[in-house]
Each structure stands twice: as structure tokens, then as C-alpha cells.
Design a protein around this ligand. Structure first.
Ligand code: SF4
Length: 162
């Protein structure tokens, strides 16, 4: 058993959460291994009591559509030594940021929804708001890349030897 575990958080902003599903699917083969290596401190898909304090790595999927989500993201950044963007919506905003590309007429049509749901004027990516350390591209995320990035941080934080 590893003496030390990697303290991680998994966060989802505006998106379809398919990368979360990919992560959960990966547990079919890795649950008992990850149980020894990972201290999952925040993952609302897995547990009710969550904490984002003192994370080694925060994995963040989705785009930022409201000011309150932007504040939450800044707080995640403050509490995490590393921040990894998960999936295309987090990295470049798309497809979650489609409304940014609407023509003026269509923007006018959806104006009431923007107000009703307290949405920001435009959809932003994770790196529009905070500094990031890594990314796992794909829609949903590419499994292999995620495993490589996770492995990198397991080594960097001394949980697993090279
Ligand atoms: S990148 Fe694709 S899979 Fe991931 S949240 Fe966005 S639309 Fe869903």
C-alpha cells in the first residue's frame, strides 16, 4: 500500500459530463489500484461529503458560463497545487460555448434566457480565468492521455516511483 496518496478533486462546470463518465468507466478496471493511490477529496459524482481544501491536483471539465462558476473556479485554483483541464469544453470552450458564435439576431432571441439563468455575456474556458498546468483533450477526454497525466502527477507528488 502507498504511504502517501495523491489528493485529487474532480469538478464539472457547464457541459454534458461525458468525461466524468469516462473516468468512472476507467474505475471498472482500476478501482482497487486507485483506492491505494488516490485520496478523492472532491467528486460529487462519487460522494456526498466533499472538500476542496489542500488538493494536489484538480481535474476540471466544462466551460464557465456564470460569474459564480468563475468564483468557484478561482477558489479551486487557490486550493490546488495543479489544475488540469479535462476535455474540449474546458480547453477551448466548444461545444459548450456555441452561443458565443451566434449572430446578433440569435443572441437577441436568447437574451431572456441569459438573464433568467444569470448567465455571463459570453462563455469562457478554464484558462480564460485561471492559470492551468495541464490538459487532457478530447470530446470526451482521451483515456490514454488522462492516464498519462495522472501517472505524471502520481510520480511528481511521490505517490508512485518512476
Ligand atoms: S468536451 Fe465533449 S464530452 Fe466533454 S463536456 Fe464538452 S461536449 Fe461533453
Amino acid at each position: 500500500m502507498a504511504d502517501k496518496k495523491l489528493k485529487i478533486g474532480w469538478f464539472s462546470f457547464a457541459c454534458c459530463e461525458d468525461s466524468t463518465m469516462v473516468w468512472i468507466e476507467l474505475m471498472n478496471d482500476r478501482f482497487f489500484l486507485w483506492k491505494e493511490l488516490l485520496d478523492i477529496k472532491h467528486a460529487r459524482v462519487l460522494k456526498r461529503n466533499n472538500s476542496m481544501k489542500g488538493l494536489d491536483v484538480a481535474f476540471v471539465e466544462g466551460a464557465i458560463t456564470t460569474e459564480s462558476d468563475a468564483r468557484k473556479l478561482r477558489s479551486i485554483r487557490k486550493n490546488s497545487k495543479r489544475v488540469v483541464m479535462i476535455g474540449s469544453c474546458a480547453i477551448n470552450g466548444m461545444p459548450a460555448a456555441q452561443r458565443n458564435t451566434f449572430d446578433e439576431g440569435t443572441k437577441k432571441e436568447i437574451e431572456f434566457l441569459i438573464k433568467q439563468f444569470k448567465q455571463a455575456d459570453s462563455v469562457r474556458t478554464i484558462k480564460d480565468i485561471v492559470q492551468v498546468d495541464d490538459e487532457v483533450p478530447g470530446c470526451p477526454m482521451v483515456e490514454e492521455t488522462f492516464l498519462q497525466v495522472l501517472d505524471k502527477y502520481l510520480k511528481e507528488f511521490g505517490v508512485k516511483n518512476a
